[in-house]
Design a binder for this molecule. Sequence first.
Ligand code: SF4
Length: 286
Amino acid sequence: MFKILRKTAQTGLVTIGYPEKPPLLSMRYRGAPRFDFSRWRDSRPAAEVCPTGAISIQERDDTRLVTVDYGLCIYCGQCAEADTSGAVKITREFELAVRDRRNLVVTGEYAVDAEGVQSELKKLHHGFWPVDETSEELERKVRERIHQVLGRSLAIREVDAGSCNGCEVEITALNNPVYDLERLGVHFVASPRHADMLLVTGPVTRNMELALVKTYRAAPEPKVVVAVGACGISGGIFGTNYATLGGVDQTIPVDVFVPGCPPRPHALLFGILLAVGRIAQKGLPQ
Ligand code: SF4
C-alpha cells in the first residue's frame, strides 16, 4: 500500500489539459496525410499504393481528377512514401472530425501533359482542410459548455457494430488517467435509454444492423450519432459486401464523422465536442 502511494506521489499528475491546452503528442504520433494539391505533379504512384482506395483518379482527355477521401484513409503513410513530388506529407493533425461526410472529400482537377504529369491545378473542390469553425468553440471550457447545453453531464453509449476493436482500444483509453474524459463531464453509460450520444464503430455488419437500429430507436431525443473511424464512416477496408453495409450512415443518421484508423483519443475527444455543439443545434427536450 505504501509503495503504491509513494509511486502515485512520484508520478504526479498525468492527465492532459486538452482541449483547454494543446496536447503533448508523442514523437511517433501519426495524424492525417496532407496533400499539397498545388505542388502535386503526379498522383499516380500514391494512388497505386493506397490500400483503401482513398486516393482515386479519373482521366478525361487532358484532364485528371484526383480525389482524396479522408473517410477511407487509414493514415498508413504509404502515399507519402510513394510520392516523388514532395506534395504528400504525414502530419500530426488530429482535429479532423466533421459534421458533413462530403467535407472529408477533396478533389483536384488538373491539366496533364503528354507524359501524364499534372502541369496545372485548374480547380480544387474541398471543404476539409483546415477544419471548420469549431476550433474556436473548443477554446471554451468544455465542462461549462456541456452543462450549458444539457444542464448535466453528457452520457455516451458506445456501439460496436462490427469493428476490429481497434477503435474500442482508443475509446477505452478515454477513461484512463491520461485522458480522463469524466473531468469534462462526459461518461459512458450501459443503456441507450440513458444516452445523449451514440458512439458507433465498425463497418456495420449485417448481423449488427438490427441491433444498431434498435439501439438508435431506444436513445431519447435529442440524440446525436458519432461515426468513429474509417470503417464507421465508409466501411473502411471492408467497404460494402455480403457481410457489411459500408458505414454507419447507411443504417442510421450520423451527425459527426471522426476519421482515422483508429482515431486517437484526442481525435475522439474533438469529435465528441463537435457533437456537443450539434446537440445544441438540435434543441433540448421540452
Ligand atoms: S495514408 Fe491514407 S491516402 Fe495515404 S496511402 Fe494510406 S490510406 Fe491511402
